[in-house]
Design a binder for this molecule. Structure first.
Ligand code: PLP
Length: 394
């Protein structure tokens, strides 16, 4: 059975071109880039090359790029560094819809004496800018706001938010894990101090991340050890993955237009056809300020997990906005923060596309999904309790 992979915000296929450039660094070019001998030195040269390519993707300088192990490490490093370099300030500003890489860290820091303000979002997942402005105080050490939401694809006005923080002398970090490679980002004209990237979201392997730290931003390392990354991140470099990251960054720049035209068209067709064919369905989140590859759809009176299981039988991979954790089917914190009604939040599905998707993939989902929803609704106790009249509404 053909796999139709529409879960690219969870992780992406490593591009074949990326795999190809990585392979020599496992068996032939395995030297340590920090070694004095030329066997290691030639690898060091390739690491520099990868740093330049990665910097080019976000309009940064090569020396502003620190390679890490993942997006989570980058987020943790940025926030902890801002706190360590501003020891007199004890306040963190973030949002209610951040990824756990930021949210759980902030919750942890709240137990260590920091005050955390989580900015609310409206029903479309848009940041409450009034609350944000009012939240910035002389005690605020750092703001951490995501560039784009992993569940809905909604894009926050991070440049505007960073400008407001800068006017008040507050460091600004953005988790751009879902944005980099999908939309154009230019750090050369920006007030953002730190920005996180994760390789596996843009066709590089898992286990490689990047932290951009603007030149002149005070920095305190999270991983303390050797002198690697100019003393900003100890640990022998993951050379194959760094080289893969460089290639993925180069490809992302080349494919940005395809992502924003063809992939966006595929996403829009998928979305509009499903909305047309499935009664009681809706899009969650702002459809204007949104990543080109993501749609988060809700189907009233069905469970997202049920939809996922049935789609899986047809080779369709997506994600649900409700996580079956600790036995309770809780809608995601993102949909709850947006106030998505209970009956809708439970039946939410995220489709996230990539440059590897085709019209045939979209056709497959458009054909298979409507009968799945119909079948699940016919089995749903909620649905039955509505009675014939309410069912006829759909
Ligand atoms: N931030 C966002 C918005 C994400 O979507 C993810 C991964 O899903 C992360 C951070 C964590 O990245 P990683 O898996 O590389 O640790």
């Amino acid at each position: 059975m053909k796999t139709v992979y529409l879960d690219n915000n969870a992780t992406t296929q490593v591009a074949p071109e990326v795999v190809e450039v990585m392979i020599p660094y496992f068996h032939d070019l395995y030297g340590n880039p920090s070694s004095m001998h030329s066997f290691g030195g030639q690898v060091g040269k390739k690491v520099r090359d990868a740093r330049e390519k990665t910097a080019a993707l976000i309009g940064a300088l090569p020396e502003e790029i620190i390679f890490t192990s993942c997006g989570t490490e980058s987020d943790n490093t940025a926030i902890r560094s801002a706190l360590a370099t501003n020891p007199d300030r004890r306040h963190i500003v973030t949002s209610r819809v951040e990824h756990p890489a930021v949210r759980a860290l902030c919750a942890h820091l709240a137990t260590r004496g920091y005050r955390v303000t989580e900015i609310a979002v409206d029903g479309e997942g848009r940041l409450d800018m009034d609350q944000y402005r009012k939240s910035l105080t002389p005690d605020t050490a750092v703001v951490s706001l995501m560039w784009a939401n992993n569940e809905t694809g909604v894009i926050f006005p991070v440049e505007e938010a960073a400008g407001l923080a800068r006017e008040r002398g507050i460091l600004f970090h953005t988790d751009a894990v879902q944005a980099v490679g999908k939309i154009s980002i230019d750090m050369s004209r920006s007030s953002i101090n730190m920005l996180s990237i994760s390789g596996h979201k843009l066709h590089a392997p898992k286990g490689i991340g990047v932290l951009f730290v603007r030149k002149g931003t005070k920095f305190s390392p999270f991983m303390i050890g050797g002198h690697q990354e100019k003393g900003r991140r100890g640990g022998t470099e993951n050379t194959p993955s760094i080289i893969g990251m460089g290639k993925a960054a180069e490809l992302a720049l080349l494919r940005m237009e395809d992502e924003n035209t063809r992939v966006k068209r595929l996403r829009d067709r998928l979305e509009s056809e499903i909305l047309k064919r499935v009664p009681g369905s809706r899009v969650n989140g702002d459809t204007v300020h949104r990543l080109p590859n993501t749609t988060n759809l809700s189907f009233e009176y069905v469970e997202g997990e049920g939809i996922l299981l049935m789609m899986d039988e047809f080779g369709i991979c997506a994600s649900s906005g409700s996580a079956c954790t600790s036995g309770s089917l809780q809608p995601s914190h993102v949909l709850r923060a947006m106030g998505v009604p209970f009956t809708m939040a439970h039946g939410s599905i995220r489709f996230s596309l990539s440059v590897y998707n085709t019209d045939e993939d979209v056709d497959h989902v458009i054909e298979k999904l409507p009968p799945i929803i119909e079948t699940l609704r016919s089995m749903s106790p909620y649905w039955k309790s509505l009675g014939d009249e309410a069912c006829a509404r759909f």
